[in-house]
Design a protein around this ligand. Structure first.
Ligand SMILES: [Zn+2]
Length: 545
């Protein structure tokens, strides 16, 4: 209860304190559509070469961000530098055809990457998988709090497990099963890879299905073809599978039909608590050649020191990286990432500019962080939370954004991870003043709360916010907005067509989001308040530690 009361106190102070209020109003007026558009136009241009870590595009991008931070009055966050070096290993995997056999007799051949998108995360050059057994392991989940263990009684050591995407809650009408349609962390491919490795499996294959994955097969297909980055943190010794990947639903259908099994029926069966997976009495053979490079990428960050409590801070995040230059589509090979993530970098810079323009500096520090290698698994933000400039327990909150669609003003503020923390109530208060309503993510089954940089902070117990207007256009309504969103996912997301489209892009909604996110950070920065996870949140116990 205490925290809710504190919120009202904060807001009351705010409305009572005139000078502070006019200061705030003035800087809010300066969050401009023009600024946002210019940043996106610039960051989404070909000059940045798709902003890929390790490339010339990285150098251009991080220098640009450092220049912008300097221009808006943020000082370097890392001992006089805007850059934090992040040690990485880059791996490119070339994968052979896959042979599925029964008693050494080949019954099925699968092509990569059309039937299966496979990579190897290990730092060796040659990986040979020779006739190792395949085991079906349901959803591949071990979740003690739900009394769930898909690996119970299964011997998967040195074998390949095949698992379903997402979690059982998605596929039944039972809202008490996991979190119903909302994806838990157990539904993420990253989790499934981690768990399979903990169980000692040599390989793991997830059966793709578009609703459960949240994106079409073209996404893992494409990422299996490009070099991938891993944190090269030699102090950590986590188990890894020799290979990981996805099967198309069609390839999975062929695989299971060898044993007269039907994938859809198996998925439904696996939704039952106590369901037991089984060996398929089939083996898999494939070869992987890894090309490994070691290098460093950079996180970029600037800060404004707090006037009274500089060792406490609010961190804003928007990843700078994207996919660089890759497979050509319609004559275009530059993955500009104007929306993903030019828009959120613009949002963050506009917020920074507002903080910098305040006549009365907030008590707590403000950090603007642009993490690297988000697209490769939130690597830069994870590294930052392991090596923060202000200790994790003094990070009051993380406020992140990613892939903001420039669709004009929105009636909603959609909070991904709604209900996780009492930051929701603060957002609600501010949304009211913008005549907007707050809702949870209608696509929570895609697990977005685990798919952008705020998750790295949440995983360290820091209440983290990911909120933006994305559900109901003020002018065109809900259906129009849903159409725009799915057409973006279908036609532009992670493709060379994610460009800046002058005339089409309308930044008024992003400007409102920037105002809202700025005030959230401002309220926290002038108070003593530490937001809290709500009871039932999987992150609450982490903060208490
Ligand atoms: Zn993104």
């Amino acid at each position: 209860m205490k925290s809710i009361i504190s919120f009202f106190i904060i807001l009351t102070i705010l409305s009572a304190c005139r000078s502070r209020k006019s200061d705030l109003e003035e800087v809010i007026r300066n969050i401009s559509v023009n600024d946002l558009e210019n940043y996106v136009k610039e960051l989404g241009s070909d000059r940045f070469m798709g902003r890929k870590p390790f490339t010339e595009g990285e150098t251009i991008t991080v220098n640009y961000l450092a220049d912008q931070l300097r221009l808006i009055g943020f000082e370097p966050a890392f001992d006089g530098s805007y850059f934090q070096k992040v040690p990485l290993a880059e791996i490119s995997s070339t994968v052979s055809e896959i042979a599925i056999a029964k008693s050494s007799k080949i019954l099925l051949k699968l092509r990569t990457p059309d039937d299966a998108a496979i990579i190897s995360p290990v730092l060796s050059n040659n990986i040979t998988i020779n006739e190792i057994d395949i085991v079906f392991a349901g959803f591949g989940i071990v979740a003690p709090e739900y009394g769930w263990n898909d690996y119970a009684g299964l011997d998967v050591k040195g074998k390949t497990v095949v698992v379903m995407v997402n979690d059982p809650g998605l596929y039944t009408s039972d809202i008490t099963l996991f979190k119903g349609r909302e994806m838990t962390y157990y539904g993420r491919w990253t989790y499934k890879y981690e768990e399979a490795a903990r169980q000692g499996a040599a390989g793991v294959l997830i059966i793709h299905e578009t609703t459960g994955a949240g994106y079409p097969y073209t996404i893992p297909r494409k990422s299996s073809l490009s070099p991938r980055l891993y944190l090269n943190d030699t102090t950590k010794n986590e188990p890894l599978c020799s290979f990981t990947g996805w099967l198309t639903s069609d390839a999975a259908r062929k695989l299971f039909s060898i044993n007269n099994l039907n994938v859809d029926s198996l998925r439904l069966a696996a939704c039952n608590k106590g369901y037991r997976g089984f060996p398929l009495n089939l083996s898999i053979t494939l070869e992987i050649k890894n090309d490994v490079r070691f290098s460093e990428s950079s996180n970029v960050a600037g800060m404004i020191r707090g006037s009274a409590k500089p060792r406490e801070c609010i961190v804003y995040t928007a990843h700078w990286d994207h996919f660089g230059i890759g497979e050509k589509e319609d004559g275009d090979s530059i993955y500009n990432g104007a929306v993903d993530n030019g828009t959120a970098m613009a949002w963050e810079l506009a917020i920074g500019k507002a903080f910098s323009a305040l006549r009365r500096k907030p008590a707590r520090s403000i950090i603007l962080l642009f993490p690297t290698a988000e697209e490769q698994g939130l690597i830069g933000s994870f590294y930052y939370t392991e090596h923060p400039v202000i200790p994790v327990e003094n990070i009051v909150a993380c406020i992140n954004n990613d892939g903001m669609l420039p669709l004009g003003k929105m009636k909603d503020v959609t909070i991904t991870g709604f209900g996780q923390s009492n930051l929701d109530s603060l957002v609600g208060k501010i949304a009211d003043t913008q005549n907007r309503y707050v809702i949870g993510d209608p696509e929570s089954h895609t697990g977005m709360y685990f798919r952008s940089d705020h998750y790295s902070f949440a995983a360290k117990g820091i209440p983290s916010l990911y909120a933006k207007g994305s559900t109901e256009s003020r002018e065109h309504g809900i259906e129009w907005t849903a159409g725009k969103r799915s057409s973006y996912i279908e036609n532009r997301y992670h493709r060379p067509s994610d460009n800046y489209y002058p005339g089409e892009f309308n930044f008024e909604g992003i400007a409102e989001d920037a105002v809202l996110s700025f005030i959230v950070g401002y309220e926290l920065a002038i108070s003593d308040f530490y937001p809290e996870w709500r009871s039932g949140s999987e992150f609450k116990q982490l903060r208490n530690r």
